[in-house]
Write a protein that binds this ligand. Structure first.
Ligand SMILES: Nc1nc2c(c(=O)[nH]1)N[C@H]1C(S)=C(S)[C@@H](COP(=O)(O)O)O[C@H]1N2
Ligand SMILES: [Mo]
Length: 317
C-alpha cells in the first residue's frame, strides 16, 4: 500500500485544493510549510479565487470565534487522553512510536445504501478539507483550543446514504493490542466505541479530523482519522476510527458501559449538571492559571441547542 499522505497525485493544475496541499507538504515542519504555501500562492494561476483557496496554516496566534488563542502544538500533542496507550495524559506521546497510521481503512456500513471501505487517501481525494478551530472540553474539567483540518462527518455520511431506518451512528477505534499497550488492560471493554444520534452526526459542527495545526494529525491525537464533536465532553470524540456504522438503536459507548451514572450517551457540555464526583461549572484551560466558567454546549449552543428541544438534559446527560 502507498504511504498515507503521498498517495494523492500532485498536478500543478490542482495546487489549490487543501487535500493536494496536504499531500505535498507531507511531514514538513511548519516553517517550511508556510514558505511553500507562499510559493504555491505565488505560482498559482493568478485568479483571486484560486489564491484565496490556499488555506492559511494555523499559527499559535490563531483564535477561535470567541477570541481565545489556540493552544500550543506542544500542549496539544503532549497532554492527551488515549487509554489504548496509557491513562497518564503526559505519557501518551512517548508510547505511540510503534503505532502504524498507514495503511489505514475506514469501513462505512450498516443501514446505508452505499456501504464502502475507504482508504484515508480516498477520503482526502473525495472530500474537501477545511480547517476548524474548536474548543475541546474534557469531562475532567480541563480544556484546550485546537486547530484541526478535515471534513464534516455529514459529507461522508451523504456518500453512504443512510436508509430511513438509520437513527444512530456507531464508531469504533482500531483494536491492536500489540501496538497499543493499554488495550492489554482487562479493565476496559475494548475496542473503544462511541455513538451519536443521526441528527447530531449530520450537524455541520461534527467533524472528522485528519490534520492538526496544518500538519497531518499525529497518533496521540487520534491519527489518521478521529471524530471531533465540540459541544460534547471530549470522550465522545473517538480517536483512530476504523468503523462507522449506521444503526437503528442507541449504540453502547465505552464510558457509559463502565459507569452509566457518570458518563451518559449525550454528554453535552453542561455546567449546570455536575459530575457525581466533581463540579462541571468551571474548567482549567491548559496554559492558563485561573479557572474559567464552562459554557453550555461548550459555547456552541446557537448551532446545536435545537437538537435537544423538549429533552431534559439533566436526565439525558
Ligand atoms: N479511542 C479513544 N478515543 C478517545 C479517548 C481514548 O482514550 N480512546 N479519549 C477521549 C477523551 S476523554 C478526550 S478528552 C479526547 C482527548 O483528545 P486529545 O488527546 O486529542 O486532546 O479524546 C477522546 N477520544
Ligand atoms: Mo476527556
Amino acid at each position: 500500500m502507498p504511504n498515507l499522505y503521498k498517495s494523492v497525485p500532485v498536478r500543478s493544475s490542482e495546487i489549490t485544493p487543501k487535500q493536494v496541499y496536504l499531500s505535498r507538504r507531507d511531514f514538513m515542519k511548519a516553517a517550511t510549510v508556510t514558505a511553500s504555501a507562499a510559493l504555491l500562492a505565488a505560482c498559482a494561476p493568478s485568479t483571486a479565487n484560486e489564491v484565496q483557496n490556499v488555506k492559511p496554516v494555523p499559527t499559535s496566534n490563531a483564535t477561535d470565534e470567541l477570541g481565545d488563542k489556540v493552544n500550543t502544538y506542544s500542549d496539544i500533542t503532549n497532554y492527551n487522553n488515549y487509554y489504548e496507550f496509557t491513562t497518564d495524559k503526559q505519557g501518551v506521546a512517548g508510547l505511540v512510536q510503534d503505532f502504524k497510521v498507514a495503511p489505514w481503512t475506514v469501513e462505512v456500513g450498516g443501514l446505508v445504501n452505499n456501504p464502502k471501505t475507504y482508504g484515508i487517501e480516498d477520503l482526502l481525494k473525495l472530500l474537501p478539507q477545511e480547517e476548524r478551530i474548536y474548543r475541546l472540553r474534557c469531562v475532567e474539567a480541563w480544556s484546550m483550543v485546537i486547530p484541526w483540518e478535515g471534513f464534516t462527518l455529514a459529507s461522508l455520511l451523504n456518500l453512504a446514504e443512510p436508509t430511513s431506518d438509520a437513527k444512530y451512528v456507531r464508531f469504533e477505534t482500531v483494536f491492536r493490542p500489540e501496538e497499543m499497550p493499554g488495550q492489554k488492560s482487562p479493565y476496559y471493554p475494548w475496542p473503544y466505541q462511541e455513538g451519536l444520534r443521526l441528527d447530531e452526526a449530520m450537524n455541520d459542527l461534527t467533524f472528522l479530523a485528519t490534520g492538526l495545526y496544518g500538519e497531518p494529525n499525529v497518533p496521540q491525537n487520534g491519527a489518521p482519522i478521529r471524530l471531533v464533536v465540540p459541544w460534547k465532553y471530549g470522550f465522545k470524540s473517538i480517536k483512530s476510527i476504523v468503523k462507522i456504522e449506521l444503526v437503528a438503536e442507541e449504540p453502547d459507548t465505552l464510558w457509559k458501559s463502565i459507569a452509566s451514572n457518570e458518563y451518559g450517551f449525550y454528554a453535552n457540555v453542561n455546567p449546570a449538571v455536575d459530575h457525581p464526583r466533581w463540579s462541571q461549572s468551571t474548567e482549567r484551560r491548559i496554559g492558563e492559571i485561573s479557572r474559567r466558567a464552562s459554557l453550555p454546549f461548550n459555547g456552541y449552543g446557537e448551532q446545536v441547542a435545537a437538537l435537544y428541544d423538549g429533552m431534559d438534559l439533566s436526565v439525558n446527560y
